[in-house]
Design a binder for this molecule. Structure first.
Ligand code: AMP
Length: 468
């Protein structure tokens, strides 16, 4: 998954992009990058593995002058986790420097790549986003926007994009609108910004203008925002998992407050799977906080904080093998024994993926003295992988793909287990249920899925090192 930002018409655009990326860090923690374009149209790039705060220093930002910039935080869902695949991608083509930041996943990238390689294209990375750059460069159209459109008409799948061609910034959302993208205004009105989520607008002090609709194609240049002809219309398929887990609760996406939807998910869950007689309900912080609140309100059960999350666990945590059992869970969470001792508790989580974290948590809760554990999941069983940009594991690693709810209950070791139904989830999300992609829960994939896609998701890198 990824977070993207585009800035135009602001001095030191890279600094603003850097700030915005901080609030999009949850969308990708593997790598971060910024490309800035100066007044002469010279583009400079810095990308690195790690968190935004690790990748950028004062000195690095000073080396990225210009009033146009795009930024990216990445968690690989296509291509391996190596620097070569970090974004934004920067290439030089006939219109000048072209930089691209992509959130989503292209479902026909492998096929397009094979065709392009057969025609002589040389790829630098194993990421699907580079396919777009090649398609743009190979277009025979004369205007840059027609070249971009040529590329969009050939790719399938999920893409919210920020692209710079020379000093012009483009923002695009694919026709189904899988991933969110927002337009904001900065300062006196000359400055514009495009971000994955509104929490980034808040941080940089931008005024929200509007959310891009599926298929929208914007050009931002010299303080003007032009709406270009939209991409060919397709049925909308907003990713419901953005609302369940991925986006921040302080964001508004797909026309909804994420926090409100999550509370509604908790209320629906309490209606479908109440836990009569329970003493308290608590979340697995932070992702299910709002759901637990909704559950507690609806069920009339007291909300407690029974698990404390350590916020300082880095990605590079070295697993001490046998030394500490369940150390991965233990380093992240610790129970509050006084809350749990002798009590019948309801644990509300937002989703169950492999079932490993949850199993470790349940053991921890029991060891802390809970009498009964009732587990509630505020989304349906995840039975299939996502091909549109969420990092879900392959089907055989998903616990619900081959186990019944009763088998999962036994695996977790809980008294009762209740998952929210698909209908309940869609009710909580509100609006027309047909506008959502819920393929990971329902198996209803809105695009064709080529046979080779699963294998190509984590293809080996073609190059292992590039300079930044
Ligand atoms: P597990 O018990 O191992 O299935 O882990 C469940 C937890 O993973 C839930 O608390 C979710 O908040 C979290 N989760 C859901 N989707 C993802 C994802 N794509 N990447 C990382 N964590 C996730």
């Amino acid at each position: 998954m990824c977070g993207i930002i585009g800035v135009s018409g602001v001095p030191d655009a890279a600094r603003l992009a850097y700030l915005g990326l901080y609030s999009l860090q949850h969308r990708g923690q593997e790598s971060a990058g910024i490309v800035a374009v100066d007044g002469a149209g010279v583009a400079r790039s810095h990308r690195g593995m790690g968190l935004v705060g690790e990748v950028f220093t004062e000195q690095v930002l000073a080396g990225l002058p210009g009033d146009v910039a795009i930024g990216h935080t990445r968690y690989s869902t296509a291509g391996t986790s190596v620097l070569a695949n970090a974004q934004p991608v920067l290439a030089r083509y006939r219109e000048g420097p072209l930089a691209l930041g992509h959130n989503g996943n292209l479902t026909n990238a492998a096929q397009l790549r094979t065709d392009l390689v057969a025609k002589g294209s040389i790829f630098q990375t194993s990421s699907d986003s580079e396919v777009l750059v090649h398609l743009i460069a190979r277009s025979e159209a004369r205007e840059p926007e027609d070249q971009l459109m040529d590329a969009f008409e050939r790719v399938e799948g999920a893409y919210s994009l920020v692209i710079t061609v020379g000093r012009t910034l483009y923002a695009i959302v694919d026709s189904r609108g899988f991933r969110p993208l927002w337009l904001g205004r900065l300062g006196g009105g000359q400055g514009h910004v495009v971000v994955s989520e509104t929490c980034a607008l808040d941080l940089i002090g931008a005024t929200p203008v509007r959310e891009l609709q599926p298929g929208e194609f914007l050009r931002i240049h010299d303080g003007a925002v032009d709406q270009l002809p939209a991409l060919p219309a397709k049925p909308h398929r907003r990713c419901i998992f953005e609302l369940v887990y991925f986006s921040r609760p302080d964001s508004t996406i797909f026309g909804r407050s994420v926090d409100k939807v999550r509370r509604a998910l908790g209320r629906e869950l309490a209606r479908e799977h109440p836990a009569p007689g329970a003493d308290c309900v608590f979340s697995v912080p932070d992702s299910s906080n709002a759901m637990a609140l909704g559950f507690a309100e609806e069920a009339g059960i007291k909300l407690e904080h029974a698990l404390i999350r350590n916020h300082y666990v880095g990605r590079t945590f070295i697993h001490p093998a046998q030394a500490v059992r369940n150390s991965k869970v233990k380093i992240k969470f610790n129970p509050v024994r006084e809350v749990l001792l002798g009590r019948n508790v309801v644990v509300v989580d937002d989703s169950l993926v492999r079932g490993t974290t949850s199993q470790g948590l349940v053991q921890m809760i029991r060891q802390a003295g809970a009498a009964q554990v009732h587990f509630r999941v505020a989304s349906p069983p995840i039975t299939g992988p996502c091909y549109y940009g969420i990092d879900t594991p392959s089907r055989d690693e998903l616990i619900a793909s081959s186990n019944s709810v009763e088998q999962i209950r036994q695996h977790l070791g809980v008294e009762t287990l209740g998952y929210l139904s698909l209908e309940g989830m869609l009710r909580a999300a509100g609006g027309d249920p047909a506008q959502f992609c819920h393929a990971c829960f329902s198996g209803q994939y809105p695009t064709a899925i080529p046979d080779d896609l699963t294998a190509s998701r984590h293809a080996a890198p073609l190059v292992t090192a590039v300079s930044v």
